[in-house]
Design a protein around this ligand. Structure first.
Ligand code: PMP
Length: 354
């Protein structure tokens, strides 16, 4: 048919699917790894006192306030810090800036499902390596030459951490490509690789304010790398949107970083709730992976994960089920408050004991 040829040039893409965002207040939402606690009171103060007159001007091009606070937090220079609208924005920027080789980039087969989406959007060739039956990454797979490496640490949706020795091994065997460590969940018990940027000039570490700092709705994240790599990310950012973090977000993010006490208190609560919840799951016969995140990844030898997911949903508790190879009998459950986890425990007990 004439006049329809443009269709063949339309983008062909399978978009990332996020956890459902139900509107009802009655729902217990444990499906998007959000933090159940509000942001630091300092964030509320900064937003409340924000001089709206400032909003008539464009924000600082480099989110200066936020970069400075992030540098101070980690004892680095401001030139080591990049800021963006959530780590998805930063990761997409880094993929554009660093993954321009014809050799495939590599990442685990079970991992954050946005990576293949960006690869197909940006036409980056990629290859995956299988994690083992315990969902652990085998670093030796990554010794072979590649166009870049991206690894979430701890991994998502598995919650499994790759230890410091293994990260160093990975970096030692990948000196000729950029290695991105996505530390979205690092604050819930993992060991950060940020300080390694001083030793490895090809390392980029990304972190987000969406999880441990309760600011998912504000879209703020930071990345750490040597100044040269940061300047390449800035160049990419400035080429499509030179003002990535708005003025209120930059002020709120800086306030969140400064309130260490509140950060320690809330992440401590989530870790304690998680460990109690894991014990309860195990008592019901679930197999639970060792979690270093604000979620758990589990399976039950006798019941289908999909059935459990649907049962919990029918009781207004939303958890996450992925209908994907290797993980289609697993559930990813975000850690909420103690009360929310007790409510879920009760529902799960009803289901497995019946
Ligand atoms: N990386 C991983 C591994 C994640 O699970 C998420 C959350 N969906 C992100 C990055 C993105 O988080 P945000 O854009 O909210 O910073």
């Amino acid at each position: 048919m004439s006049g329809e040829l443009w269709r063949k040039n339309l983008i062909s893409i399978e978009p990332y699917v996020a956890g459902e965002q139900p509107k009802s207040e009655d729902i217990i939402k444990l499906n998007a790894n959000e933090n159940p606690y509000p942001p630091s009171p300092m964030v509320q103060k900064v937003i409340g006192e924000f001089n709206t007159d400032e909003l008539k001007k464009y924000p600082s091009m480099d989110a200066s306030l936020l970069r400075q606070a992030a540098a101070e937090y980690y004892g680095l220079k401001k030139e080591n810090v990049f800021a963006g609208n959530g780590s998805d924005d930063i990761l997409a920027t880094a993929f554009r800036a660093f993954f321009n080789s014809d050799t495939p980039i590599v990442y685990p087969d079970v991992t954050y499902s946005f990576y293949p989406v960006w690869c197909s959007l940006l036409k980056i060739p990629y290859k995956t390596f299988e994690v083992n039956e315990n969902f652990e990454i085998n670093v030796e797979d990554y010794y072979a030459p590649n166009g870049g490496v991206v690894i979430p640490n701890p991994n998502a949706p598995t919650s499994v951490e790759l230890g410091r020795d293994k990260i160093i091994d990975l970096l030692e065997h990948n000196r000729d490509c950029i290695v991105i460590i996505d530390e979205a969940y690092i604050d819930f018990g993992g060991q950060s690789s940020v300080e390694l940027i001083n030793k490895y000039d090809n390392l980029v570490v990304t972190q987000t304010f969406s999880k441990s700092r309760s600011l998912a709705g504000m879209r703020i994240a930071m990345a750490f790398a040597n100044p040269e790599l940061v300047s390449y990310m800035d160049a990419v950012k400035d080429s499509y949107n030179s003002y990535p973090v708005d003025s209120i977000a930059a002020a709120a993010g800086a306030a969140a970083l400064k309130d260490r006490e509140y950060f320690e208190e809330t992440r401590g609560k989530i870790i304690a709730t998680r460990d109690n919840f894991i014990t309860a799951l195990q008592a019901m016969g679930f197999r639970v992976l060792k979690s270093k995140t604000n979620f758990v990844f589990c399976t039950h030898p006798k019941y289908s994960a999909k059935d459990i997911f649907e049962y919990a949903r029918s009781k207004n508790i939303y958890i996450r089920y992925f209908n994907k190879p290797r993980i289609d009998n697993y559930l990813r459950i975000t850690i909420g408050t103690d009360g929310e986890m007790k409510a879920l425990e009760q529902i799960l007990r009803e289901f497995v004991i019946k």
